[in-house]
Design a protein around this ligand. Sequence first.
Ligand code: GDP
Length: 324
Amino acid sequence: MRALITGINGQDGSYLAEYLLSQSYEVHGTIRASSLQNDRKLVNIKSIFEKIKIHQCSLEDYLSVYKLISEVKPDECYHLAASSFVNYTFCDETSVILTNFNSTCYLLSSIKELMPRCKFYFAGSSEMFGNADKSPQDEETKFNPRSIYGITKTSSFYVVKNYRECQNIYACTGIAYNHESPRRDFSFVTRKISQSVAKIYLGITSYIELGNIEAKRDWGYAPEYIVAMHNMLNNPRGPTDYIISTGLVYSVRYFLDLAFSVVNLRYEKYLKINSLFFRSLEKNDLIGNSIKIKNDLNWESKKKLEEVIEEMVLNDITLLKDGR
Ligand code: GDP
C-alpha cells in the first residue's frame, strides 16, 4: 500500500507516517519548499527521513498537485496540510482560503482523474462548529464557523462530501477536536505552557504570560487521533464522516496547574496575564461526541490529559537540557 500525506512534517503527519511505516506502507509526503531549507521544520520527521519519500509541492497550484498524484499514484491520501492558525480577525484571509480550500479541490480533482480508487481523508476541525448551537456536537450538528480557518474547513467538507456522494470517490472528513503531543507547534497554548514550565524549572525564565486561562478545550492525544484517520480509510461500512474527540473539556487554568505540578511548582507564582494574548472573539466551549466512531470503528480516546501533559513537560525539559 502506498500512502500520500500532505503536511507530513507536522505533528499529525509525522505520527501518521510512523504509524503507516509500521503497517508496511510505502509513505510519501509533501512539504512546503521553504520548510526543506529549515531544520526546525523537519525535526518531527528526522528519525524517519530515510524511510519516506518527500515531495516539494505547492498545494496552491493545480499543475503541481496533478503531477504529484500522477507521480505517487497513492492508494490512500491524507490531506492534513493547512494554514492552521486560528485567526478571528480576518487577517490575510485570501491566502488561507487559497491554501486550505483550493488544495482540497485540486487533490480531489486530480484523484478523480488519475487514481479514482485512491481513498481520501480530509482533516476537518471542531472550528467548523464555531459558535455551535448545541453541545456536545456530533455529526448532525449544524456548522457555524467563526474563523477563516473554520470557514475553509467547512467549505472543503462539502467538497469532500460531494466527491463521495456524486463522484463515487472514497472520501471522508474527520472532524477532529484539539489534539496535543510533544510535537505540538509552539503557537498553541498547550506547548507554550509545557515549554515555559520546562524553562522555569531549568531557571531559563521566571514567568509565563497567557491570555484567557478560563477558555476550555476538548484536548486529545495526537498519536491516537492518527489511528482514527487510518481506520476511517479502512472502514468496512465505506466512507463516512466522524467526530474525533475525547468528550471531555478542561480549562487552560487546569492544564497550567497540572503542567506546573509535574515539576512540583505552583503556577500562581509564575503567571502573568497579558491582554495581548486575549482573542477578540472567543468561540463557545466546544466538546465532541465521538460515539459514532466508537460504535463503528471501535476507536476511542484513551490517554488521560494528565499523562499527555506530563509527557509534554518532560519532553520539553529533555529538549532544553540537550540544547535543542
Ligand atoms: P485553538 O484556539 O483551539 O486553535 O488552540 P490554542 O491552543 O491556540 O488556544 C486554546 C485556548 O487557549 C484559546 O481559547 C486561547 O484564547 C487560550 N489562550 C490563553 N492564553 C493563550 C496564549 O498565550 N496562547 C494561545 N495560543 N492561546 C491562549
